[in-house]
Ligand binder design. Structure first.
Ligand code: NOJ
Ligand code: CA
Length: 703
């Protein structure tokens, strides 16, 4: 047989092979993915875990605006397989080394009628599936507008879900725990008021969506590497329990303006029969690209305090004067009457710097330092803040000197009030100002509707804005913590200067009416799947009225549980959010916040059930000490743990910060007891957690 005959034969084999359904397995063979083309050329996939259905036959594709949709009429023209097994070290993280091990299947589909090519790349890991659409450069598809993405996740029946109302502008909702069949009935009550909100459907849900199937599978659906695309929600078909992608529209109602070559973010499905495995999954990070910049030496985890909670509770104000209707370009602040409640004044900020320095904190956040707060919100003004002009009582130069002398860094605050064009206009100047005055990190904020009006917090235009800010900040060696920005999708691997995000109800809501007592047993399974959250724990004075008699809210947590959150709510950026005056009254408990690490070599999930409890142990980076946190729901429970993660042959002292016997998140939140215990890897502990309570333990080696 001559060479060309041989290659013809090989080609025939290839075409014959690729015309069939494709199956791949995860490296440990517990997950099986099947990719298929239906008779009408509709691409589908399905997923099984240990032989049990995770996703039934689910359709793939996209509807395009004004042209043939990429949903049917396909033939498979190639299928490539590949295995990857590599390890990488995050700049900061829950573990020192992350293994990225998957089997890949890339299926190239050609639409017969249009000759358009779309590739679906699947990566099957031991802990789940990631897949994305890729659109190679091609004459038949240069520019296109996405009308809707039609990716299905066909569940195996009704399931328990931990869900938030789908919304184009906010994730600051309480999580509802219910069966999917109950979503429609509960949607209205779940959609509580927010400064900016655009719910879109009676069955629209947010990601990360945490599910538990009737046969005990834990399933998490989210996305990874959200770049130049709009954020994905899920639309539930509550008859058939099929979830379908629902992208965030822009001001024109379009859901994505794309130009080939391009790709969608990864769609992710994490699955296990153990809840703890969902928390240790690194799938979302693994689907992101390595750091975009080589020098990451300037990126450091941060433990901070701040002039913040006192404004959130209403004890003091961001604004300098009570005079309203202020136009930034025409006001002379030295001529207005100060309100006497402005917290960000030089003397007061110095008290925070002293406190930070005395207790070894890295940084001090100051909000309300800059002009414009009198009239920043709800007016949809274009020009609100300039990000460089301090109020007359805030001496930026003196505070820089004072902080530097005390070895404390200043953390900048940029509230954009959603006015994004204005922020971008000022960005370089604002970052130069930060460099000049020694600020190494910035907390950004996007409260209110996005200006220009019509854009949504999660549309493609805004996604590009958040990523633009990260890139620009990196040029100035600035770390970013975005509030009200889109929920993270593991992008901190690519941009390790993204050290924090809000994108859920944080501690601030304890002052705006309260978070559910089980909130922090759910967030690790939902919001935190995409990346760390600036949850701002550490509130010891749980009665807000102690600071502001007009505010009757209270923190739905015991004091001991507030300590646990430094471990259970992973973040390289952790705030001690309460006021120094309160910490000074509880210095014994405060010791845990001082000791706890913010960067880790290792993480063990000791117990976990979404909505009920989470107990996690973490080993401090480069040290022999461990820290344990446990958070439980409103029921209370006794947690039992083994210390078998400790090193053999070593002795440790465990300091246990626990709920007092009669502690209760509502009735007796401040009852705590601290005790010490000698432990080795053979030790066990049964520890009581009060309703809405928990415990924290520091485990220090005895040398
Ligand atoms: C909302 C943020 O979440 C909060 O932390 C901040 O203090 C206010 N916006 C004001 O910017
Ligand atoms: Ca917020």
């Amino acid at each position: 047989m001559n060479i060309s005959r041989l290659s013809l034969l090989l080609l025939c084999c290839l075409v014959w092979r690729t015309a069939r359904a494709e199956d791949i397995q995860s490296p440990n063979k517990q997950l099986t993915l099947s990719v298929n083309l239906q008779a009408d050329g509709v691409p589908t996939y399905s997923l099984r875990y240990k032989g049990r259905p995770v996703l039934k036959t689910s359709k793939l594709g996209l509807d395009l605006k004004g042209t043939t949709s990429l949903t049917s009429g396909f033939t498979q023209t190639a299928a490539e397989r590949r295995t990857a097994d590599e390890s990488w070290q995050p700049v900061w993280g829950e573990v020192k080394t992350i293994r990225n091990h998957y089997n890949e299947l890339a299926v190239t589909l050609t639409q017969t009628a249009t000759k358009r090519v779309m590739r679906v790349r699947f990566r099957l890991f031991d802990d789940g599936l990631g897949f994305r659409y890729e659109f190679p450069r091609q004459p038949e598809l240069a520019y296109f507008v996405v009308k809707e993405e039609r990716t299905q996740f066909a569940l195996n029946g009704d399931q328990k879900a931990f869900w938030l109302p789908g919304d184009y502008d906010t994730q600051e909702y309480s999580t509802v725990t219910s069966n999917l069949s109950e979503v429609r009935g509960k949607m209205k009550a779940a959609t509580t008021p927010n400064a900016s909100q655009t719910p879109f459907s009676a069955t629209g849900l947010q990601t990360p969506l945490m599910l538990k199937s009737k046969d005990g599978l834990y399933i998490n659906i989210h996305e990874a590497a959200l770049i130049d695309y709009s954020a994905m929600h899920l639309e539930l078909d509550d008859q058939n329990f099929v979830l379908e992608s629902h992208l965030t529209p822009d001001a024109a109602g379009d859901k994505g303006l794309l130009q080939t070559p391009c790709q969608s973010p990864w769609r992710t499905v994490i699955v296990s029969d153990k809840a703890a495995d969902i928390l240790t999954s690194k799938l979302v990070l693994n689907l992101n690209e390595p750091p975009k910049f080589k020098d990451t030496s300037w990126i450091k985890p941060v433990k901070y305090v701040g002039v913040w909670w006192e404004m959130i509770t209403g004890k003091s104000t961001w604004s300098y004067t009570n005079q309203e209707n202020i136009k930034l370009d025409s006001i002379d602040y030295t001529k207005v009457k100060p309100n006497g409640t402005h917290a960000a004044n030089t003397a007061h900020v110095k008290e925070y710097i002293d406190f930070a320095s005395q207790h070894g904190f890295d940084a001090v956040l100051v909000e309300g330092w800059n002009t414009g707060w009198e009239d920043w919100f709800g007016k949809h003004k274009d020009y609100v803040f300039d990000f460089v002009t301090p109020y007359p009582d805030f001496d930026v130069q003196e505070l820089q000197r004072y902080a530097a002398a005390k070895n404390v860094r200043m953390m900048m605050h940029h509230e954009t009030s959603g006015s994004v064009r204005n922020y971008e206009r000022h960005l370089d100047t604002a970052f130069q100002f930060m460099n000049k005055y020694g600020y190494t990190s910035v907390k950004t904020g996007y409260v209110g509707d996005i200006v220009p009006l019509g854009h949504k917090h999660y549309d493609q235009w805004m996604i590009n804005h958040y990523n633009y800010v990260l890139e620009k900040a990196a040029k100035y060696k600035i770390m970013v913590n975005g509030h009200e920005a889109v929920r993270p999708t593991g992008l901190s691997r690519t941009y390790p200067n993204l050290i924090g995000n809000e994108a859920a109800r944080g501690t601030e809501y304890e002052s705006f009416g309260g978070n559910n007592a089980d909130h922090t047993t759910i967030l690790p399974f939902t919001r935190l799947i995409g990346g760390p959250m600036d949850y701002t724990p550490g509130i010891f004075q749980t009665k807000v009225s102690a600071y502001n008699p007009q505010n009757n809210s209270f923190v739905h947590s015991t004091l001991a549980r507030q300590l646990a959150l430094y471990v259970t709510m992973y973040s390289p950026l952790q705030m001690a959010a309460d006021l120094p005056e309160t910490y000074n009254k509880h210095l014994d408990a405060f010791q845990f916040i001082k000791d706890v690490a913010v960067d880790w070599d290792d993480t063990k999930v000791l117990e976990a059930e979404p909505g009920d409890y989470v107990t996690i142990a973490r080993k401090a980076k480069g040290k022999s000490s461990w820290f344990i946190g446990s958070s439980c729901d409103e029921q209370g429970r006794t947690s039992t743990i083994k210390f078998d993660f400790l090193e053999p042959g070593k002795k440790y002292v465990a300091t246990i910060y626990a709920d007092g016997k009669d502690a209760h998140y509502e009735k007796n939140p401040q009852a705590y007891a601290i005790r010490k215990l000698n432990v080795t890897r053979k030790s066990k502990l049964a520890q009581y957690c009060a309703p809405g309570g928990g415990y924290a333990i520091s485990v220090m080696e005895v040398k």
